[in-house]
Design a protein. Structure first.
Lengths: 77, 461
């Protein structure tokens, strides 16, 4: 799974980091969010889905990866 | 959204066509609106999620989550307030205040690029990281406010707690002496709940003027001898090399006070009232607070929506969600009604402490997201957890409870008396605590922005 935060939409509501603190980091200056890592580790995926649903600005998008994508990614590491 | 070329040319017939099937008598300043909020909201969601009402000179009302979401982010929707009154741009208030308006409501009545210039000065004082530094300080204000009443077994959660903590903390962030909190708190709350025609109004206006004078005096003092805080942030701001005009600085300070006091008070009082009526939920929230406090806070925000909406003005002819709007028309964005939309919130009229997908509208949507949202959450959680710890069996007194008669501006409460099993004091009373906190604030320069100071406040007594 990959996660993206649209910086033109995010207004720093901070719900994402409240729900998935290990997946989103907030700007110290204005609280706007960015993913800690674009690729979401399996143990955080449920929380990231919940964060995306809870975003008041609908600024978070998720790309579910197919098993073959994940294999390729595993290979490249 | 699409811009409309031909709507402006339309006569009355075209006007009727635009508003056809969208008429709804909407008057949020009446007690009936408060009492029938759920019914009116359901009706508007079903029949006219974007409605036209003839009240207050005529204006649009966005009630559904989709309409509010799109219109709040629409570039043809303006917050600008023209204080000359020469144009339809009347900022966020509908109707405009009857007393003469001389100052705009700070960043909330500005559009880009001006809005971002001022907001950029405020953000580093109000970001999540900036507010987190104050936690021990806030908890001490809460502790002292509760200590004043803990031995007696009686408290008014509004007068004695929820009015005190936000006021003291807002002054701390601003760089204004903490001991002046009552001078600021009373008129700020009273001017919201006292109707314009009330005999009390002149007294409230007088208190408001005294607060304004003190604010100006602080501004002058800080200009001469800078001390950290939001007042200084606005004084140091340069726009094209020039200082910001004094009236804009005052407008922003007024917004910080008006936005910071009554809303957080309203949230805290309503949540405490509800938890008092649902002791099983209160006990669960206390027990499971590690996981439940965050979602419960968001749920109280959604359900009670302390700031129920904002006015706007269309700055161009535009079509949004199938409705054509004309430049100059006024619009009410109802955060409160969007928060009860079943399209987004399952069982919208119930409080579900662990609600999922709670993308509520209570801090607004778009670039004007409440700049103090992190303050509100921190203050609320401090007060709520202290009450759960120290007065876990409190019982509110419905006879003495006073809700604001109308919720057109703030869905607030004036009194919420409660009784509980008395307990021991944990430290000095409020006045002495504020003296000590003032010293800490000054010595540790707590009101500096996050860019200049990262450390947590240290309570050193």
């Amino acid at each position: 799974m990959k996660v993206f935060v649209d910086s033109t939409r995010c207004q720093g509501h901070t719900l994402c980091s409240m729900i998935a603190p290990d997946a989103f980091q907030l700007s110290e200056i204005d609280g706007t969010s960015s993913p800690v890592s674009e690729v979401v580790p399996p143990e955080l995926q449920d929380a990231v889905r919940e964060a995306a649903q809870s975003c008041p600005e609908q600024a978070i998008s998720i790309e579910e990866m197919s098993p073959s994508d994940m294999t390729r990614q595993g290979d490249s590491r | 959204m699409r811009l409309v070329d031909d709507a402006a040319g339309g006569g009355p017939a075209a006007d009727d066509d635009r508003k056809k099937n969208r008429y709804y008598h909407f008057d949020r300043h009446t007690p009936e609106y408060r009492l029938q909020f759920e019914k009116i909201t359901r009706e508007m969601h079903a029949k006219c999620p974007i409605a036209w009402t003839d009240t207050y000179g005529g204006h649009w009302v966005a009630a559904s989550s989709k309409a509010v979401f799109e219109l709040a982010r629409c570039p043809a929707v303006s917050n600008y307030h023209d204080i000359t009154g020469q144009t339809p741009y009347q900022g966020i208030t509908i109707p405009k205040a009857s007393r003469a308006t001389t100052v705009r409501g700070g960043i909330l009545e500005m559009d880009e690029p001006e809005h971002s210039i001022y907001r950029g000065a405020l953000n580093p004082y109000l970001s999540p990281a900036a507010i987190k530094r104050w936690k021990p300080f806030i908890d001490e204000i809460t502790r002292a406010a509760i200590d004043e009443h803990i031995e007696s077994g009686r408290i008014d959660f509004v007068d004695d707690l929820a009015n005190v903590v936000p006021a003291v903390f807002t002054l701390a962030m601003m760089g204004i002496p903490l001991k002046k909190w009552a001078l600021y708190s009373e008129p700020t709350h009273a001017s919201v709940y006292t109707p314009e025609h009330s005999p009390e109004r002149e007294k409230v206006n007088q208190m408001h003027r005294e607060m304004g004078i003190d604010l100006v005096n602080n501004m002058i003092e800080i200009r001469e001898n800078p001390r950290p805080g939001l007042v200084n942030a606005l004084l140091q701001l340069r726009i094209d090399g020039e200082p910001a005009p004094d009236l804009e600085i005052l407008g922003n300070l007024g917004l910080i006070i008006g936005g910071g006091f009554d809303t957080t008070t309203a949230l805290t009082a309503h949540a405490l009232e509800w938890l008092g009526e649902h002791p099983d939920q209160r006990e669960r929230l206390s027990r499971e607070r590690d996981t439940l406090l965050d979602p419960a806070t968001e749920e109280f925000l959604r359900y009670f929506t302390p700031a129920p909406g904002d006015g706007r003005t269309f700055s161009a002819d535009v079509e949004v969600e199938g409705t054509r709007f004309k430049e100059g028309e006024r619009l009410w964005l109802s955060w409160a009604m969007a928060n009860r939309d079943p399209e987004v919130f399952e069982r919208p009229n119930e409080i579900i402490l662990d609600r999922k997908g709670n993308r509520h509208f209570s801090f607004g949507i778009g670039v004007h997201r409440c700049v103090g949202s992190n303050v509100a959450r921190m203050l609320f959680k401090s007060m709520l957890t202290a009450v759960l710890d120290r007065m876990p069996d409190y019982v509110c007194d419905p006879e003495g409870t006073v809700h604001y008669e109308t919720i057109g501006v703030i869905q607030g409460m004036q009194h919420l008396p409660a009784t509980f099993t008395p307990g021991p004091r944990l430290g000095p009373g409020l006045d002495e605590t504020l003296e000590r906190l003032q010293r800490i604030c000054d010595e540790q320069e707590l009101a500096r922005p996050i860019t200049e100071r990262k450390e947590m406040a240290v309570i050193d007594w």
